[in-house]
Design a binder for this molecule. Structure first.
Ligand SMILES: C[S@@+](CC[C@H](N)C(=O)[O-])C[C@H]1O[C@@H](n2cnc3c(N)ncnc32)[C@H](O)[C@@H]1O
Length: 445
């Protein structure tokens, strides 16, 4: 199966099963034994189509007599794949872009007329490439929504938060490909030694410009097959997540509770900062995720980590006031990680409405586990005030034993004098992330 077929199958599986594109694609690539080149092209095509889906549909519908909604799903995906290559990839000849989609339609679509229709629509698009229809500029919301393929409700949220100019930059950043960032397991190796080792293995590795012990990788192939990965010399993590742990300030010997831990990234960062000395209890609601955290900790050789299944909303009396540091990396709408999971934008927003209540319940319960004078760190990978600042605001009106505590992160991120910071993909080149540090009063009951 070639790269285009893998991407068609992955796009179709995302649509049909509602799975996340990164996981679905990984599975498809493994299933079809795609080589490095095919895997790179399939990833580019699959992510590119998802990142630009609304814009592609806008153009395709201008050249089709039949509404896309009335077409078989695989026909639509074959059309999007062709249009994406024609509009966004300059190394693929136009004929290859059209013909490969026609072939996909022949092989994968039920309707015998599908291939002819795909051919007709894509050829009409080719003829108009120098004079494409313009996206109507009626109002900023619908314009930005189509141009950057984000749903209108989301664009409205961002416009309210950061205005038109910055929203354009954010949406463009969401459609870009972030570098693969990994954190060095400094209990085993230095950043410089790991860089050398990875380069010897043919991986392009450079030191992150402003975050210590972070490398940016390219040309990795299957990361998990690298000797350095198998020896637990690094783990994959966005700088934003590491910054959240840096803000929390774990140190050797502490007792740490990570309430929403899977797959374990913040627990790993904390245990490494603690030089594998102390205790980290890493909880998650879902029993099957315990194994995932344990496997990561085992690979990294971080034996102070103990995974446990626990609902962060349910009180455990044995943990009351027992921890120096409690992390609440709450389940959230994930609007900060659209660069990595482009399909987050197309999920139904209705279930997101209940999140602030869950986040507040977890945070309020977790607060009881912090010892007097200890730290409570709340973080999310979303950019919505109602899941971030507003959750903190409500929490603090109900629990007067905590205060926000200022912290300082490496430049160019810098100081958070109010004890809270939002990281933005277009400003910081990190995931979108919210971090709030809270300190429990020494004399709290
Ligand atoms: C943002 S992810 C955590 C990411 C993790 N901290 C890391 O850095 O790798 C949120 C996690 O919270 C878990 N979760 C959801 N509801 C929960 C609850 N009520 N109690 C505990 N964990 C929960 C989810 O299963 C998910 O793994």
């Amino acid at each position: 199966m070639d790269a285009r077929e893998v991407s068609l199958q992955a796009l179709y599986a995302c649509y049909k099963q509602g799975g996340w594109s990164d996981g679905v694609l990984k599975k498809q690539l493994a299933q079809h034994g795609a080589d490095r080149r095919d895997a790179a092209l399939a990833t580019q095509l699959c992510f590119g189509v998802l990142q630009n889906q609304m814009l592609l549909d806008f153009y395709l519908s201008r050249f089709s007599n039949i509404p896309l909604k009335r077409m078989e799903e695989k026909v639509v995906q074959a059309l999007r794949l062709g249009a994406y290559q024609l509009l966004f990839l300059d190394k693929i000849p136009q004929s290859a872009a059209v013909n490969s989609s026609v072939e996909l339609a022949k092989r994968h679509c039920k309707n015998p007329r599908a291939a002819g229709m795909v051919n007709g629509i894509l050829r009409a698009l080719v003829r108009s490439l120098d004079d494409l229809p313009t996206v109507p500029q009626r109002d900023p919301t619908s314009y930005l929504s189509i141009l950057y393929s984000h749903p209108e409700w989301m664009v409205k949220e961002f416009l309210l938060a950061i205005g038109t100019g910055e929203t354009s930059k954010l949406l463009a950043a969401n459609n870009s490909q972030p570098p693969m960032s990994v954190m060095v397991n400094t209990t085993k190796i230095t950043a410089q030694e790991l860089q050398d080792k990875l380069e010897e293995a043919g991986v392009e590795a450079r030191l992150h410009l402003w975050l210590n012990d972070c490398l940016l990788l390219a040309r990795t192939g299957n990361l998990e097959e690298l000797d350095a990965f198998q020896k637990g010399l690094f783990y994959v993590q966005d700088p934003a997540s590491r910054l959240a742990v840096l803000a929390a300030g774990p140190i050797s010997g502490m007792r740490v509770l990570d309430c929403c831990a899977a797959p374990g990234g913040k627990s790993f960062a904390a245990a490494i900062a603690m030089e594998n000395c102390g205790q980290v209890i890493s909880c998650d609601l879902h029993p099957h995720k315990k194994k995932l955290i344990q496997a990561g900790a085992d690979r990294l050789g971080l034996d102070i980590i103990t995974p446990q299944t626990a609902d962060g909303k349910v009180f455990h009396p044995e943990w009351e006031r027992a921890f120096d540091l409690v992390l609440v990396d709450a389940p959230c709408s994930g609007l900060g990680v659209i660069r990595k999971k482009p399909d987050i934008r197309y999920k139904d927003p209705a279930p997101l409405e209940g999140l602030p209540e869950i986040q507040l319940a977890i945070l309020s319960n977790a607060a009881r586990y912090v010892r007097p004078g200890g730290t409570l760190l709340y973080s999310t990978c979303t950019l919505l005030r109602r899941e971030n600042e507003e959750v903190i605001g409500t929490f603090l009106t109900r629990d007067s034993s905590f205060q926000k505590e200022p912290f300082v992160l490496p430049d160019p991120v810098g100081a958070a004098p109010e004890g809270m910071i939002t990281l933005w993909p277009h400003r910081h080149d990190t995931d979108g992330f919210f971090i709030c540090k809270l300190r429990k009063g020494e004399d709290s009951l």
